[in-house]
Design a protein around this ligand. Structure first.
Ligand code: TSJ
Length: 676
């Protein structure tokens, strides 16, 4: 193998995986919960690619009870023959070398999808897994190879005969890389439901087998099966499930020379706009040319229709782009050969030709729809006119509200413990649930750049509140004034006073409720702050584990067990403590007394404290674990997170009773503590 004969391509193929383990963030963005889930997205994307190329129609994703994930498809099976330049099995090359993906697929074999960070490759997942097993079913035989932290344990082996086709990958994320190895079934469901809508003809199964222990009494795994013949039209129907609708979802699609365009839309009697755009199945949260084309065509077509049928009087102004999107739910999905992703989070489609492609399709097909459905057409225009008139009325109302000083001349709220820095890029504001946690946060913070705003209890039912009523709510008012951005037409995001807005709530049902409320509030009224990456969720630890002077914090049961094991005190007796006593001591605030002490085999005592709420942590602990940029784990909120909150919120708080009852019945275990 003379190195001199290798072209750039081959050298890339031969690149090892050490850099991935050294700097995982470079490859998967982060090693927090989001990075962990990227591993799943990455593997599943390969199976969906196979489906989009027309060779598979089933994908099953399983969360196993040993913490591993299995992804199984019924495609052709990854080729196992010897790769000519690498001189090893193609399967091994795919899973052990960087950027080896696609080397075997023909370029013309359809459009590649890639989710997460846009196809970094299955080898990256392998490198970041303590163990991985690949099984391939091909030409009547089964093959297998296993890996440890990306390194093959042996060559690919033929394991027997079989009468199925496909690829099955099982991996266990490396806990020395990911501080929390705990997957969220909800995140999996949301993601794969969305993928199933976007890939017509595919069936995606998602199974939670974490509680299944066949050797004990069998618990049935939770299994969801997503298969939508209706494609994105069904997606729009799903998004609007709990809303009052105008007509049925409208769908149109066209194969253009620049790529495939699909659009589904439906108006509702709400005031919110909910437009999602995708390019090659990737959610383009920052929009891009396809979205621009859609908006332009929508505005143009509805105005032309309204003029033609004199629904818009001659002397009246055209409906604005905002008017025609009030109450609109839409999904725009394009597929193109060479997608360019731009923007801060690489979630903006940069292919300019997609503006014209989408615009042309929507202009033509929407006009046709309106002509053929005059009833719906008139209702949609009426809705837009209402929005237009409301906008004019709102401007007048806002002027009068501002005159009456609804935001109290914009003076900062008294409860706010502001920071001293005036440079927004380094400033953070913590929205803290409850006064006692607020107190600890105020003491523990770095006052140069961290501000604290305590928020009390149930804030407000944002769903049914209009702008004026919202401004009247004290908690929301404080929040808006503190952020400095104004609201409604006076909104000015360049005045944002903190570039990091951190939601810090307890890890219980009430905390989750307040978090949902806040996420919904931001999603509805300040989506730009989410899109620009300003909104975060703090992750307080669940346990404090102490041995002598050595203190560790654990963010999950598994992490706690790992620390105990490492310290040789892993007996269950260690955890046997009285919870009531525990919190009493915690309120005393003295670290030494907080911990429950036991005597393991080793001579030093190990203490464990379980935190049931932020209020149980003293100022120093809160700083150390949750607020110190050196140690803390924060989740950056995406539009997807916020959308999920929005769906939950609309279902729980909305005006339609049936879906709410359905939701509460199916999630009874999780929401029983909420007063609805
Ligand atoms: F890469 C991987 F390990 F992450 C992975 C790949 C994981 C899973 C769950 C599935 C797959 C995968 C790959 N499913 N199907 C395929 N197909 C191919 O790799 C394949 C098969 C045949 C041919 C061919 O030209 O005959 C080409 C390709 C790319």
């Amino acid at each position: 193998m003379a190195a001199a004969t290798y072209g750039a391509d081959q050298i890339q193929v031969l690149e090892g995986l050490e850099p991935v383990r050294k700097r995982p963030g470079m490859y998967i963005g982060s090693t927090d919960v989001r990075g962990l889930h990227h591993l799943v997205w990455e593997i599943v994307d390969n199976a969906i690619d196979e489906a989009m190329a027309g060779y598979a129609d089933m994908v099953l994703v399983t969360m196993n009870n040993d913490g591993s994930i299995t992804v199984d498809d019924n495609g052709r099976g990854i080729p196992v023959d010897i790769h000519p330049t690498a001189k090893k099995s193609a399967l091994e090359v795919v899973l052990t070398t960087l950027h080896a993906g696609g080397k075997f697929g023909g370029e013309g074999s359809g459009y590649k999808v890639s989710g997460g960070l846009h196809g970094v490759g299955s080898s990256v997942v392998n490198a970041l897994s303590v163990s991985m097993k690949a099984e391939v079913f091909r030409d009547g035989s089964s093959y297998m190879q296993e890996y440890v932290r990306g390194k093959p344990k042996a060559d690919v082996k033929k394991t027997g005969k079989c009468n199925r086709q496909g690829t099955c990958i099982t991996f266990t994320a490396d806990p020395t890389i990911f501080p929390v190895v705990e997957y969220s079934f909800d995140m999996l469901l949301t993601r794969f439901r969305q993928q199933a809508y976007l890939t017509r003809g595919i069936t995606i199964g998602v199974m939670d087998a974490r509680e299944v222990r066949p050797e004990e009494d069998l618990v049935h795994p939770r299994l969801y099966r997503f298969s939508f013949d209706g494609g994105i039209g069904a997606y729009v129907r799903h998004l609007n499930e709990s809303k009052e609708k105008i007509g049925s979802p409208i769908f149109f699609g066209k194969d253009t020379p620049d790529g495939m365009v699909e659009v589904a839309l439906q108006y509702t009697q709400t005031f919110q706009e909910h437009v999602l755009s995708f390019a090659n199945n990737i959610h383009t949260a920052e929009g891009g040319h396809h979205l621009t084309g859609f908006k332009a065509a929508l505005t143009r077509t509805i105005n032309a229709y309204a003029r033609k049928y004199e629904l818009l009087k001659e002397k009246e102004d055209n409906l604005t782009a905002d008017d025609v999107r009030e109450g609109l739910t839409a999904v725009i999905s394009v597929r193109l050969r060479e997608p360019q992703f731009e923007g801060q989070t690489k979630a903006k489609l940069g292919n300019a030709e997609m503006k014209t492609a989408v615009e042309t399709v929507v202009n033509e097909k929407l006009a046709q729809y309106l002509e053929e459905h005059p009833g719906e057409g008139k209702e949609i225009v009426a809705k837009c006119l209402l929005a237009s008139r409301a906008r004019l009325a709102a401007r007048a109302a806002r002027d009068s509200v501002i005159r009456k000083g609804a935001l109290e001349g914009m003076t900062l709220p008294g409860k706010l413990a502001d920071c001293s820095s005036k440079d927004p890029t380094e400033c953070e504001i913590y929205l803290v649930e409850g006064d006692s946690a607020g107190g600890s946060a105020k003491q523990g913070r770095k006052r140069e750049y961290q501000a604290i705003l305590p928020l009390r209890g149930k804030i407000l039912n944002v769903e049914q509140a209009r702008l004026d009523r919202m401004l009247g709510n004290l908690e929301i008012k404080s929040l808006i004034i503190a952020m400095g951005v104004g609201i409604g037409e006076a909104k000015d995001l360049s005045k944002l006073r903190y570039h990091r807005i951190v939601i810090m709530t307890d890890a219980d049902v009430d905390g989750a409720h307040i978090r949902t409320l806040l996420l919904t509030f931001f999603f509805r009224f300040f989506p730009e702050l989410i899109e620009n990456g300003h909104l975060y969720i703090a992750q307080p630890p669940l346990f404090k584990i102490q041995k002598g002077k050595d203190v560790r914090y654990a963010f999950s049961d598994e992490q706690k067990d790992a620390v105990l094991k490492e310290w040789g005190g892993g007996q269950s007796a260690t955890e046997d403590f009285s919870e009531a006593e525990e919190s009493e001591e915690a309120k005393g605030g003295e670290e030494e007394k907080d911990a429950k002490e036991t005597k393991p085999k080793t001579s030093t005592k190990i203490g464990i404290q379980r935190y049931k709420g932020l209020g149980e942590m003293n100022a120093e602990q809160l700083w150390e674990t949750t607020m110190d940029p050196e140690n803390r784990i924060m989740l950056r909120v995406t539009m997807e997170d916020a959308e999920r909150a929005d769906v939950i919120f609309t279902t729980l708080m909305g005006s339609e009773v049936a879906p709410r009852r359905k939701f509460i019945q199916t999630h009874a275990k999780n929401v029983k503590d909420l007063d609805i």
